[in-house]
Each structure stands twice: as structure tokens, then as C-alpha cells.
Design a protein around this ligand. Structure first.
Ligand code: SAM
Length: 457
């Protein structure tokens, strides 16, 4: 792997950079695999070997794996028990530790969120009652984001598909905005050597300008006193520390220092104006190249002043009765769009309604299902959420049957009587089946099914 010489030359003098070690680590291209567990779905991962794994020093939920298993053929992956995520990115957790939580729930925007690594992580870090808007500007990528949010199983997330500028209609709405910016990608060269071909000094300049545009577009949506977390997977200072200096020239910001675990190898750098940023050099940390910084906003409005105009449709009392046997509706509200019913956390219903009015919403809360002729046809998302009542029937599958189910193939299993039921692996629902007298109808979503043949078949 030949890292562009002009990139290497541009890194000379930056704290922590060591030309020889940097080149060496790219020549060796060690493959590092890490996962982050879902605390809402604690499970016996990798046959119970979690305790023997090395933790990622900057995340309570992150672990390194000694080798890369086949995640595709692990049903717990499909159940949303963990997310496969590059370790350096998990440093986001240290930024969230610095956000004052005593003031109660937070309104958070993850602006460039697909495929959902940061959003699922943020979801695990937020105080009770918080709202997460997980946005992705590219439509096809917003569907992948939605699928990962559904798998994670949380009800307080709204997935949107908006341009950063659209958030200007929500002036002062958010307490925290995360911008994991599109960048020139040099930090991921070890994993994606083909990205080297796309890299050029010109691309770095274009990315830097785009990052400024994105930040300028979304800045009004952050309230005064709110927090901006900015990150890239680029080594280039034009996309990292120089962006901090640009922010300080444009707005009133205060840099926030984060706690760096001892001996972790993370390097604190200072922008020209003295604001701190955190660099992950692959020759110093067990992870890929990454940069993260956090600032407090000291200008702008103190909060959102707009009003909600129209509430979405709700379900009737009779329809509510249909939902009761399936769903624990404590603190949840139901809304409907045509025949589709969604559950929203009641304390967030006004915020969700406002966002529905102003944004292009791809998904919100938990999709419960379709109301059809006095029946609920349950949705896949309901199975993966924490809202199902324990009394809803479930069939337990062994690993082979679970894989066949996830491939949408025929499988045999002891069902929990007839009718709708979830299929569970090690206690975690994978999706729905409808057991008929002579066959099992598999309702795993076609677009999510495993296409590969199982290694054991
Ligand atoms: N945060 C994601 C995660 O942790 O899984 C990774 C985000 S990736 C580094 C950057 C994202 O920015 C991509 O999903 C890309 O589609 C999106 N993006 C591209 N152009 C953008 C723009 N002009 N404004 C905002 N986001 C953009």
C-alpha cells in the first residue's frame, strides 16, 4: 500500500506523527475488528467469550475481536445485540461524558448518520427521555440507516433524509449536534486501499470547503450553550484543526477538553487558536485514523421558539384495543399514517410531530404494523423493539434454524401454537412468523434476508 507522498509530507510536524511508523503501519495493514454491544440487549455474544475479549479503552461498550468472525451468520448480529464498528470512532463516548446531563433529556442531531455507527452509539449514551434525530442526506443510505436503527430497537429516534440547510427551520432546537463529516478518507486507507486512488490534495481542499458549508448550514439549529461534536476520518489538518480555527473565526465557541485514557495513544492537538482536538494515529492506537473535537456554542438563540401547527392522526379507541395485547403502551402514544401505526414515546410526541411537519421523515419511533380488517399485521420493527409484551408467543430457534429463517428459507421448529409469533434466538426476537396448520409463513423482510449460502450447507 503506497500512501500518497504529498499526504505524508503534509502531516510532518503534527503532534504524534512519525513518518516511519506511519508508513510501516500502512505497509503491514493489520486488520483490526471491533464491535460495540447494545446495552439494551445484553446477550451471550460469541458463545460467552466477551469476558475474555480486550475492551476498547475509550468505550464501555467496545471490544476488540481476535479475528473477524462471519457476522452474517451470527443471528445475534441480526437481532441487534451488537454493531460492528471501527474502534477509534467509539471515542465519541468520551465527548458525551462531557455533556451536562443533570438538566435532563437531550435533543440530539446526528447530521451525517448513515450507516448508523455513531447514531446507535449515541442512542446507548443518552439520558432517559432524550430525542435523537438521525439524518442522512443521501436517500439510499438513509434506508440502511433506518434498518440499523430498527435493529437497535429504540423508540426515541427519528430518521430523516434532509440537506443540512433544511435544519435552519429548527433554530435553536438541538442541545447537541454531531457532524461526522464526509471527508477525504485518508484515515481509512488501511481498510479501504481503493480510497487511495480517489485521494488528492484538491479533494482535501474540496472536502474542507464542504465541511465548512455543512457546519454553517446546521449551526443555527444548535441552541446557545449547546454542544457541537465534529469528527472526520481524515488525517489532513485542513479538515481537522483548521476547521476548528475557521469555526472560531466565524462564531463564538469555547473548546472543550476531553478525558483521554492513560496509555491509549490518543494525541491531543491544538488548533492555531488553541482549541483542543483528538487525533488517532494508527501507529499509536489500536484503531484507524480519526479526529474528533467538541465545542460549546456561545452565540445564537437560547431555544426553539416555533410552534407546532398540526398534530398527526391518532388511532381510535377500538384500534387501541387491538394493539393492547401486543404492545406495552406505558408512556407511548400511537399515531397512524394511512393504515400504518407507529408508537412514539409520549414525552417526545410534540417534538416528533414538529419534525414530521418540517423534515423529510424516513422513520420514527417504532412501526407497529398495519391495521387490516380489525387486525394488526405486526411489523418487523415491533419484533426488534423493546415494546412487545412478554405474553406475545415466541418460538425458540437453534442456530441452524435461525439462519434458515434469516435466509427466508423453510425451516422446522417447535412453534408456540398457531398464529403470529416471534422467532427468537437466545431469547432475542429476529422477526415474525405466522404458524399455519400445515406450514410456517416466514415474515422476515425480503430486503434484509441473508443472500449467501451458509458455510455449513
Ligand atoms: N456517522 C456515520 C457512522 O458513524 O456510521 C458515518 C458518516 S460518513 C463519515 C459521512 C456521511 O456524510 C455519509 O453518510 C455521507 O452520505 C454523508 N454526506 C455526504 N455529503 C453530505 C453533505 N453534503 N451533507 C451532509 N452529509 C453528507
Amino acid at each position: 500500500m503506497q500512501v500518497p507522498v504529498s499526504l505524508i509530507n503534509s502531516l510532518e510536524g503534527i503532534d504524534g506523527f512519525d513518518r516511519h511508523a506511519f508508513e510501516q503501519t500502512h505497509a503491514n495493514a493489520e486488520a483490526i475488528t471491533s464491535i460495540r454491544i447494545n446495552p439494551a440487549k445484553p446477550s451471550r455474544l460469541f458463545d460467552g467469550s466477551l469476558n475474555e475479549l480486550t475492551p476498547v479503552p475509550w468505550s464501555r461498550y467496545g471490544y476488540y475481536l481476535p479475528q473477524r468472525p462471519s457476522f452474517t451468520f451470527d443471528p445475534l448480529f441480526h437481532a441487534g445485540c451488537y454493531y460492528v464498528q471501527e474502534a477509534s470512532s467509539m471515542f465519541l463516548e468520551k465527548a458525551f461524558e462531557k455533556i451536562p446531563q443533570q438538566d435532563g433529556p437531550l435533543k440530539v442531531l446526528d447530521l451525517s448518520a448513515a450507516p448508523g455507527g455513531k447514531s446507535t452509539h449515541i442512542q446507548s449514551l443518552l439520558p432517559e427521555g432524550s430525542l435523537l434525530v438521525s439524518n442522512e442526506v443521501i436517500k439510499s443510505r438513509s434506508s440502511i440507516l433506518r434498518d440499523n436503527i430498527i435493529r437497535w430497537g429504540s423508540a426515541n429516534v427519528m430518521v430523516t433524509n434532509n440537506d443540512p440547510a433544511h435544519f435552519q427551520s429548527l433554530e435553536g432546537f438541538f442541545d447537541v449536534i454531531v457532524v461526522d463529516a464526509p471527508c477525504s478518507g485518508s484515515g481509512l486507507f488501511r481498510r479501504e486501499p481503493e480510497a487511495i486512488i480517489e485521494w488528492s490534495e484538491n479533494a482535501v481542499q474540496l472536502c474542507s470547503q464542504r465541511q465548512q458549508r455543512i457546519l454553517a448550514d446546521v449551526w443555527p439549529a444548535l441552541r446557545e450553550g449547546g454542544t457541537l461534536i465534529y469528527s472526520t476520518c481524515s488525517f489532513s489538518p485542513e479538515e481537522d484543526e483548521a476547521i476548528l480555527d475557521w469555526m472560531q473565526e466565524e462564531w463564538q465557541v469555547k473548546g472543550i477538553a476531553l478525558e483521554v485514557p492513560e496509555h491509549s495513544g490518543i494525541v491531543t492537538t491544538l488548533s492555531k487558536n488553541g482549541l483542543p482536538g483528538y487525533r488517532f494515529w494508527p501507529h499509536k492506537v489500536k484503531g484507524e485514523g480519526f479526529f474528533l473535537t467538541m465545542v460549546e456554542k456561545q452565540d445564537g438563540v437560547q431555544g426553539f421558539a416555533g410552534k407546532l401547527r398540526k398534530k398527526p392522526d391518532s388511532v381510535t379507541k377500538a384500534e387501541q384495543k387491538l394493539l393492547e395485547p401486543w404492545i406495552d403502551m406505558t408512556d407511548m402514544s400511537t399515531v397512524r399514517h394511512q393504515q400504518t401505526v407507529y408508537a412514539w414515546p409520549s414525552p417526545l410526541a410534540a417534538d416528533f410531530s414538529l419534525l414530521l411537519e418540517k423534515m423529510r421523515v424516513v422513520y420514527s419511533g417504532v412501526r407497529l404494523g398495519e391495521l387490516m380488517r380489525d387486525k394488526l399485521v405486526p411489523d418487523h420493527a415491533l419484533a426488534l423493539s423493546g415494546l412487545l409484551r412478554p405474553a406475545v408467543p415466541a418460538a425458540s430457534l437453534d442456530k441452524d434454524a435461525a439462519i434458515l429463517y434469516l435466509q427466508r428459507r423453510d425451516f422446522t421448529a417447535e412453534t408456540a401454537g398457531r398464529g403470529w409469533q416471534t422467532v427468537n434466538f437466545q431469547g432475542y426476537p429476529l422477526g415474525w412468523i405466522n404458524a399455519l396448520p400445515n406450514r410456517i409463513n416466514n415474515y422476515y423482510p425480503r430486503e434484509l434476508r441473508i443472500l449467501k449460502d451458509s458455510p455449513n450447507s
